[in-house]
Ligand binder design. Structure first.
Ligand code: AMP
Length: 285
C-alpha cells in the first residue's frame, strides 16, 4: 500500500491509474479505523480497481470546545487495517498540506445553503457540515475518484454529500454503506474509545431504542411522533444518557417527517457521559 503525504503524490499516482483506464474509489476517514471503516473499504474494493482511503482529522469540521485535540489517532494501526482490506493508497496529509494558510483554515468554503445542514447534528454543530463539505470537496479535487464511499451511520452527512455532488456536478457516484455494529448492537465509532466500562454498557440504550423503533414500525405504527416518543422514553430511563436529539426526517432533504411514508430517517445523537454518540435507522415505506 502506498502511503502518500502530499497532494502531488496522490495526483501523480491517480493520473497513472486513470491512464490505464482503472476505476478509482475513495473512502474518506478521520482515522482510528474500525470494522465500520473496513466495510467501506471492502465495498470500494468490490466496486473499484484501485482504492484510496484518506486518513485526516479535519479541523474545519470541529467547533470550538469540541474534541479536535483529543480525537484518537493511531496511524500505524490504520495502515495495517487498510492494507489487510486491500486498500491501494492511504492519503495521510498534514493539516498544513490540506490548509496551507497555516492556521487549519482557509478563506473558501463549500456550504449548502438550504435547511439540510441546520437540523439534527447541525443544531448543536452549526459549522460542522460546512467543514465536512469543504474537506470532502478538497478530497474529491485531489483524488478525482469515480466513486466515493460513506457510512449510513452519519446519515445526515451522507444526504448532504449526495446533495453537494448533485449541486456541484462532481460526477462522482456516492455509495452509502450500512451501519456496522458491535456484537451487542453498539454502532462502531472511533469515539467509543472515550467510554468508561459503565458508559459502554449505558451506550447500548441507543441501539436498543433503534430496535424498539424498528419493531414499532414493523408492528404497523405509522406516526413518527409516537415512535420517537417511545424511543425518547427508553433513552431517558438510562441515567448516564442525555439526549441531544431524536428526530424523524425525510431521508433526502432532512425535512421533518410526520408519517412513515417514502424514505424516513429516524436519527439520534445522545451524550453518554461526555461522549456524543450517533445511531439511526431508515424505513422505506
Ligand atoms: P469518520 O472516520 O468517523 O469520519 O468516518 C469515516 C466514514 O466511515 C464515514 O463515512 C462514516 O459514516 C463511516 N463509518 C463510521 N462508523 C461506521 C460504522 N459503524 N458503520 C459504517 N460506516 C461507518
Amino acid at each position: 500500500m502506498i502511503v502518500a503525504k502530499t497532494i502531488a503524490e496522490v495526483r501523480q499516482q491517480v493520473r497513472e491509474w486513470k491512464a490505464e483506464g482503472l476505476v478509482v474509489g475513495l473512502v474518506p476517514t478521520m482515522g482510528y479505523l474500525h470494522e465500520g471503516h473496513a466495510s467501506l473499504v471492502d465495498k470500494a474494493v468490490s466496486m473499484c480497481d484501485r482504492v484510496v482511503a484518506s486518513d485526516f482529522v479535519n479541523p474545519t469540521q470541529f467547533g470550538p470546545g469540541e474534541d479536535l485535540e483529543a480525537y484518537p489517532r493511531d496511524f500505524e494501526r490504520d495502515c495495517k487495517l487498510l492494507e489487510e482490506h486491500g486498500c491501494n493508497m492511504v492519503f495521510y496529509p498534514s493539516v498544513d498540506e490540506m490548509y496551507p494558510d497555516g492556521n487549519g483554515s482557509q478563506d473558501t468554503y463549500v456550504e449548502i445553503l438550504n435547511d439540510m445542514p441546520k437540523g439534527l447534528c447541525g443544531k448543536t454543530r452549526p459549522t460542522h457540515f460546512r467543514g465536512v463539505c469543504t474537506v470532502v470537496s478538497k478530497l474529491f479535487n485531489i483524488v478525482t475518484p469515480d466513486k466515493a464511499f460513506f457510512g449510513q451511520k452519519d446519515a445526515q452527512q451522507l444526504a448532504i454529500i449526495k446533495r453537494m455532488v448533485r449541486d456541484m456536478s462532481y460526477g462522482i457516484e456516492i455509495i452509502g454503506c450500512p451501519i456496522v455494529r458491535e456484537d451487542d448492537g453498539l454502532a462502531k465509532s472511533s469515539r467509543n474509545t472515550y467510554l468508561s466500562a459503565e458508559e459502554r454498557t449505558a451506550a447500548l440504550v441507543l441501539s436498543r431504542s433503534v430496535r424498539l423503533g424498528q419493531q414499532m414500525v414493523a408492528d404497523g405504527e405509522k406516526s413518527t411522533a409516537k415512535v420517537v416518543a417511545a424511543m425518547v422514553e427508553m433513552i431517558e430511563a438510562e441515567p448516564l444518557a442525555k439526549i441531544d436529539y431524536v428526530q424523524a426526517v425525510n431521508n433526502f432533504d432532512m425535512s421533518p417527517a410526520e408519517n412513515f411514508e417514502g424514505s424516513v430517517l429516524v436519527a439520534m445523537a445522545v451524550y453518554v457521559g461526555k461522549t456524543r454518540l450517533l445511531d439511526n435507522f431508515i424505513i422505506e415505506a
